[in-house]
Design a protein around this ligand. Structure first.
Ligand code: ASP
Length: 324
């Protein structure tokens, strides 16, 4: 009897806790890449919008980079499932199950899905000090420098890794991959000329393209972009790489077992954040499109990630790449 009371009291306490969320306590968003990069940028903008929609609580960013996002994602899986620790991750959630053999978590069952945040195109860029001025000339430069070219990425399973692999597979070229903890340090090295090429989100490349610190050759979307800065860049598809398409997306997750009332509050706060005019403006200026469709609901998000896993698995397998 005593035990029953204790269980009931605990359930009540947990329920009361869940109802009170966020109870003035800061919420932490784990970003599984380096500070200053594209995932970090989206997370910081989202954190600001979430701060407003969660009634003014602090929303803190915790950068836990490494292993193409797997280290940060694993940290969230191990976190207390109380709503105070969340994960913002991108397409890696759909690529690491195939690309990484010993993944320390299961994307399908170790997370609560809160919703998709945005879709982000990618751009193929190079260090400034190469002769090429357009995609055709870049192709000639790559052919002339066979065996000497390196390409940066943010680790196995990251968006830049995936894009780089698909690019090499589509062009039948072989470049030396240079992994970083995120594309913030990668783009710094690209500007400095330590690496030659990078395929990265417009949310990171746009300011550098605008400042002419890097050269941009093409976008990875099926259609050209409408952002004024990027609208003249050809697609890789129209540049001869038929059907080349990588558009990445970001989603928000909580550890498995987070109470339903907390998840509901977080999803509602996230949806309000996605309607925040400042957030939308910032995202659009960087070429990103804020999600508004069924994917902003947990079930739509879950289905979308499952569909993305089904879509990317055969493509990654066909490119023949794995990592441990
Ligand atoms: N853009 C990176 C990637 O290639 C990640 C990041 O630094 O945000 O996945």
């Amino acid at each position: 009897m005593k035990k029953l009371f204790a269980v009931a009291a605990l359930a009540l306490a947990m329920g009361a806790h869940a109802q009170d969320f966020p109870a003035g306590k800061p919420v932490t968003i784990v970003v599984p890449f380096a500070a200053g990069g594209p995932t970090d940028r989206v997370a910081r903008d989202l954190a600001e919008a979430l701060r407003k929609s969660l009634g003014g609580v602090s929303v803190i960013i915790d950068n836990v980079p490494g292993a193409g996002s797997s280290i940060g994602a694993a940290k969230v899986v191990r976190a207390k499932p109380d709503g105070y620790t969340l994960l913002l991750n991108h397409i890696a959630m759909a690529t690491v199950p195939t690309l990484v053999r010993n993944l320390p978590f299961k994307v399908e069952s170790d997370f609560e899905y809160l919703g998709i945040v945005n879709d982000v195109p990618m751009t193929l860029i190079s260090k400034p000090a190469i002769e090429a001025g357009n995609y055709k000339e870049l192709t000639a430069w790559i052919a002339a420098n066979k065996g000497k070219i390196n390409i940066g990425n943010a680790g196995v399973g990251s968006a830049s890794h995936l894009c780089g692999l698909l690019y090499q597979s589509a062009t039948r070229t072989d470049m030396t991959p240079v992994p970083y903890k995120g594309t913030a340090p990668a783009i710094t090295d690209l500007i400095g000329g330590q690496i030659d090429l990078l395929c990265d989100q417009t949310t990171n490349t746009s300011p550098q393209i605008e400042a002419r610190k890097v050269k941009a050759y093409a976008v990875t979307t099926p259609k050209r972009l409408t952002t004024p800065l990027l609208k003249d860049l050809p697609t890789l598809d129209e540049s001869g790489l038929k059907n080349f398409q990588v558009t990445i997306w970001h989603g928000l997750y909580a550890p498995k077992g987070t109470p339903a009332p907390v998840l509901k509050k977080l999803n509602e706060a996230m949806k309000a954040a996605l309607r925040d005019a400042d957030f939308i403006k910032r995202e659009e200026a960087l070429g990103a499109v804020v999600a508004t469709d069924g994917r902003i609901e947990p079930e739509g998000h879950r289905k979308f990630v499952a569909d993305e896993i089904a879509k990317w698995t055969p493509i990654i397998k066909a490119a023949g790449v794995y990592a441990d």
